[in-house]
Design a protein around this ligand. Structure first.
Ligand code: ZN
Length: 197
């Protein structure tokens, strides 16, 4: 079988009871599956959304418990945060293998903790900067020239610290625009767990 060109749409800072269901609806409507880097506390409060992510073929991976730059945590605090997050997510049935540290800040301690827990640290190579609050059409115009096979796209299905918007509606509207552009380039959005890149 010919291998299709693939990319990954990834979502941070959820699950959010309002926005995550809309993101999931949108992905399902367009036949795309994704990777969610979730906040463990939110996941615990919205376990039904974690179940839905699994049921619909998405990856559930670790973002954090506390949304703090690793450069601002000592190693024991970082280790404690990560272990607490892993316990929570594994308790919800997530076989976590990947980790996206808050803000994408990766330190030597991040690498040591990741190695100890057999976690792959994942950042991104396309940033929607959707937290800024730009319209979907504006974000799409900026992103379209650069997305394609091998893109790991950062989006948010929740409102993390620093978000300059009151909701994720423009992220929801951006998803079909991105998928359309990718399809035109024969690129299919798949979860990171299925990516061989
Ligand atoms: Zn985040």
């Amino acid at each position: 079988m010919e291998k299709r060109n693939t990319c990954c749409l990834t979502f941070d800072d959820g699950p959010d009871p309002v926005w995550t269901p809309r993101v999931l609806d949108c992905l399902a409507a367009h036949g795309a599956r994704s990777t969610f880097f979730v906040m463990a506390g939110h996941a615990n409060h919205h376990a039904g959304l974690i179940e839905r992510m699994h049921g619909e073929g998405h990856d559930v991976e670790l973002h954090c418990v506390r949304h703090v730059r690793h450069s601002e945590l000592d190693e024991s605090a970082l280790r404690e945060d990560t272990e607490q997050g892993l316990r929570t997510l594994r308790g919800l049935g997530a076989g976590v293998r990947r980790w996206r540290p808050p803000w994408g800040v990766v330190t030597d301690a991040t690498r040591r903790v990741a190695a100890d827990h057999d976690l792959e640290v994942i950042c991104w190579n396309v940033d929607t900067e959707d937290w800024r609050g730009d319209s979907a059409t504006r974000m799409h115009a900026r992103l379209a020239p650069g997305i394609g096979a091998g893109s790991v796209v950062l989006l948010h299905d929740g409102l993390g610290p620093g978000a300059r918007r009151s909701g994720c509606s423009q992220t929801v509207e951006l998803i079909p625009l991105l998928i359309e552009t990718l399809s035109a380039r024969d690129v299919h959005a798949i979860p990171l767990s299925e990516s061989t890149a």
